[in-house]
Design a protein around this ligand. Structure first.
Ligand SMILES: Nc1ncnc2c1ncn2[C@@H]1O[C@H](COP(=O)(O)OP(=O)(O)O)[C@@H](O)[C@H]1O
Ligand SMILES: [Mg+2]
Length: 252
């Protein structure tokens, strides 16, 4: 089943076409990385898909239905989460409270609705948040206040918050940016583990090719807003168009 599909998706900023008629499909269960030189349009494409940006033209469908016109939070309720956003963490709440809020918000879209919630559904939320905290390795820290977590654990919490919404698809834009090699390694292991455990579909933007080749079922290469190649890591690595796009950038 196709989870995400873009058709002729385009974003212009004044005279600049940042995303240029992109046709892309992501199947359920696929781990896809989006790569390309700096300024290729990767973040813009992610922001179009998550509805942080309005397309100039073209369409985005999720689970077969157009999401253009929806608000970002509606897209989250449809099952699309973006992770590694510090903004989603409530620093004064505990790890567990943060995960619980994310689980409830994704289910109902707002907190006030929960007053009408049937009591019996709370144990399910409790179980879900505990499972998520175990998946990201934070169960032992569940009572810890979020802002006293160390850097690595904060990133785990950000991923946990996204997973607590039980997304069908997870988007990540440079999750390892600013991390030490050790933190990067543990984040990559974490993403791989949750992908296997939860059969998670993801779209990852990452500049570290070692990570990309290690983690992806398929790679989509953007250059100047256009898809110039797509395939398995091996296919993309051997594609002359990709080598040219990257070497061209280095030699300039
Ligand atoms: N809000 C914006 N307004 C104007 N230009 C933008 C805006 N966002 C991105 N751009 C431009 O669009 C192009 C693609 O940017 P971006 O999507 O951030 O690339 P990437 O994430 O691949 O590095 C760049 O030339 C960038 O300067
Ligand atoms: Mg970017």
């Amino acid at each position: 089943m196709t989870l995400l599909q873009t058709e002729q998706l385009t974003k212009q900023f004044g005279g600049l076409t940042a995303v240029d008629e992109v046709d892309m499909e992501i199947e359920q269960g696929e781990g896809v990385s989006l790569i390309g030189p700096n300024g290729a349009g990767k973040s813009t494409l992610i922001n179009l898909v998550t509805r942080r940006l309005e397309p100039s033209y073209g369409d985005v469908s999720f689970k077969g239905e157009s999401i253009v016109g929806m608000d970002p939070h509606e897209v989250v309720q449809q099952g699309m989460s973006k992770s590694f956003q510090t903004a989603s963490v409530f620093p004064e709440l505990s790890v567990k409270e943060n995960a619980t809020i994310a689980a409830l918000a994704a289910e109902h879209g707002s907190f006030r609705v929960n007053f009408f919630r049937h009591r019996n559904s709370y144990p399910a939320v409790e179980e879900l948040t505990n499972d998520v905290l175990r998946s990201v390795g934070l169960y032992g820290e569940r009572e810890t206040q979020a802002d006293s977590l160390d850097y690595g654990n904060k990133r785990r919490l950000e991923l946990g918050i996204a997973l607590a919404a039980e997304p069908d698809m997870l988007l990540m834009d440079e999750p390892t940016a600013g991390m030490s090699p050790d933190e990067t390694q543990s984040t990559v292991e974490l993403i791989k583990r949750v992908k296997d455990e939860l059969d998670l579909t993801f779209l990852l933007v990452e500049h570290d090719m070692e990570i990309v080749f290690d983690i992806s079922d398929r790679i989509v290469v953007l250059n100047r807003g256009s898809v110039i190649s797509t395939g398995t890591p091996e296919e993309v690595q051997n594609d002359p168009a990709v080598q040219e796009a990257y070497l061209g950038g280095v030699e300039e």
